[in-house]
Design a protein. Structure first.
Length: 267
């Protein structure tokens, strides 16, 4: 049986993500708020960042897998969480989301996303910071930033055009088009579509096969450093610029108004 740790919300004791070790060398972070479509709270951002920081230092971990429980991969940031209340006094650069972003983008080992269902907001933009991304056939990819009066985040303003081309990136960012798994694959956001009932199993099998090769632990870290280190500082600079633009929108009151309207429409 795999070892796992269940993290709980201090307010209502609701389980919200699990750390699971299905086989040697692999750590799975399983978002576990299916009733909330795996929406991410401020506390979750901090705990996920902490889990990644610990895994980065843990010599027994070579690969990290991000996935979700239930129908959704993640519906993105939980807009009802108090950490998401637009406040001009709190800068985005020191927010829980920013801490999570840095932990993932600077993670020195292999990261794989198994997108088991719809992905929204940061659940889409984080795909530019993982090393491998696979998706279930019914997964969709949506970044409704314009609708929320916020700007592109997690360096998506630079990495989306670089990954998929400017026109496709503009469809995702400006038009708020919801990409299917097939469109996401054609746009190089994911590498392969795998049947839902085999998604995580297939991902783990591929990682286990890789880990069976000699000296993989050291090689993975070396490969990752070579592939990412040159552009990591540029990515950090883009993220900071996006945060400054985000803070400006908050100061202008646009974000609070747009999110209030959006939440009202859901009632």
């Amino acid at each position: 049986m795999a070892d796992f740790v269940i993290h709980r919300n201090d307010d209502n004791q609701e389980k919200y993500f699990q750390e699971e070790r299905p086989s040697p060398g692999i750590l799975v972070l399983l978002l576990d708020r299916p009733r909330k479509k795996n929406a991410i709270t401020g506390a979750m951002y901090l705990d996920l960042a902490d889990a990644m920081d610990r895994a980065a230092m843990d010599e027994s971990v070579t690969c990290l897998v991000l996935t979700g429980k239930g129908d959704y991969f993640s519906s993105g940031a939980d807009l009802t969480d108090e950490s998401w209340t637009p406040d001009p006094e709190h800068k985005m650069e020191t927010s829980p989301a920013a801490i999570f972003m840095k932990a993932l983008s600077h993670f020195p080992k292999l990261v794989v996303a198994a997108v088991n269902g719809p992905a929204i907001g940061i659940a889409v933009t984080l795909l530019c910071h993982v090393d491998l991304a696979y998706a279930a056939p019914h997964a969709t990819f949506w970044t409704p930033f314009l609708r929320m009066a916020i700007v592109p985040e997690y360096a998506s303003s630079a990495l989306f055009p670089l990954t998929m081309g400017r026109s496709k990136a503009s469809e995702l960012l400006f038009l708020g088009k919801k990409f299917t798994a097939t469109e996401a694959q054609a746009s190089h956001l994911i590498s392969e579509i795998i049947p839902t009932d085999r998604l995580l199993t297939e991902v783990l099998l591929r990682l286990e096969d890789m880990l069976a090769k000699p000296l993989v632990q050291k090689s993975v870290v070396a490969f990752k450093a070579l592939m990412k280190s040159q552009r990591l500082r540029e990515v950090d600079d883009v993220i900071k610029a996006e945060f400054r633009a985000f803070d400006d929108r908050i100061a202008e009151g646009d974000v609070a108004f747009a999110i209030g309207q959006l939440l009202q429409s859901r009632l």
